[in-house]
Design a binder for this molecule. Structure first.
Ligand SMILES: N[C@@H](CCC[C@H](N)C(=O)O)C(=O)O
Length: 293
């Protein structure tokens, strides 16, 4: 691993200067922090301050690049939602992660192995500038999501304020509840999203996906994300929606997912196989921010 060490400067007034890069994948935006060449401590309050769109830099998630804890992987990847909660997985972030470590000279590899809170993922920079990520295999077992259900099923009824919706429950490392709706433009994302996110049957909260099936190889998707609200795109949400449709026999094995921020390609060969996600990863700007210590 290359790269020199920067020191974070703390002034006598207790102000810490932190270098950051702002990135986005289909409009799902990130603050990326190099935790290898600079040392700092992050609290929930600091993350919320950085993520604030009016008083901070602004982001849906903050991504932390760290040294790996095992020689089998190249980096450790930690993810925090805008509300400060640490989460297991982030698909759009994974694409930005490999572009960041490559652009910053932290590795010269085009394919890296990355340790996350839920296993190893493998992002690869393609020659056309897109990034493909092996996101690992999806899990449909309720206990792994976690989701309170008596038995495993491809769909479940979920009570919401007296009415019932039908969801698929999928873990892509992080938890997703996906429902099929007729028209994405009129989907009740803002109304149902928070109710699904905090539903008592999902003790760790959940990301709420709203999927419109256009045809067997094309879906449209909006996601109300746990800890961030509706985002322009959600990579793990796209994987979860696509595999839930594939597992139910509604979709083919290679699907285009249209989000409000653009398109992702999702491929899955079926049970036990990893989900492959392909899409862009873009640097917006880099800078330095002063934080009160
Ligand atoms: N935007 C992400 C998912 C980020 C984490 C999610 N909000 C959660 O709490 O699980 C993606 O692209 O996958």
């Amino acid at each position: 691993m290359e790269g020199s060490t920067w020191s974070t400067q703390t002034t006598s007034g207790g102000i810490m200067k932190l270098k950051f890069t702002k990135m986005q994948g289909l409009g799902n935006d990130f603050i990326v922090l190099d935790g290898i060449r600079q040392s700092f401590s992050l609290s929930v309050e600091v993350i919320r301050q950085l993520a604030d769109r009016h008083f901070g830099i602004g982001c849906d998630q903050l991504l932390l690049v760290e040294r790996p804890t095992s020689p089998e992987v190249d980096f450790r990847y930690r993810i925090f939602n805008a509300d400060g909660s640490e989460v297991e997985q982030c698909g759009n972030g994974a694409r930005c992660f490999v572009r960041f470590v490559h652009d910053q000279g932290l590795t010269d590899k085009h394919q890296i192995r990355v340790e996350t809170a839920r296993g190893i993922i493998v992002p690869r920079l393609e020659s056309n500038g897109l990034v493909t990520v092996d996101m690992g295999a999806p899990v449909f077992e309720p206990a792994a999501i976690p989701f309170q259900a008596p038995t495993q099923s491809l769909t479940y009824p979920l009570e919401l304020n007296g009415s019932s919706i039908e969801i698929s429950a999928v873990s892509m490392g992080n938890p997703h509840a996906v429902q099929i709706i007729d028209d994405l433009d009129t989907a009740p994302v803002a109304q149902q999203g928070p109710l699904i996110e905090h539903h008592p049957r999902f003790p760790n909260r959940v990301n709420a996906g709203f999927m419109q099936i256009v045809d067997r190889s094309h879906i449209r998707l909006r996601v109300y994300e746990r800890g961030a609200g509706e985002t322009l795109a959600c990579g793990t949400g796209a994987c979860a929606a696509a595999v839930s449709g594939m597992a139910r026999g509604l979709l083919d094995a290679d699907v285009t997912v249209s989000t409000r921020g653009g398109d992702l390609r999702i491929r899955w060969q079926g049970e036990g196989h990893p989900v492959l996600m392909t899409g862009p990863a873009v640097v917006v700007f880099s800078g330095e921010i002063e934080l009160g210590a």
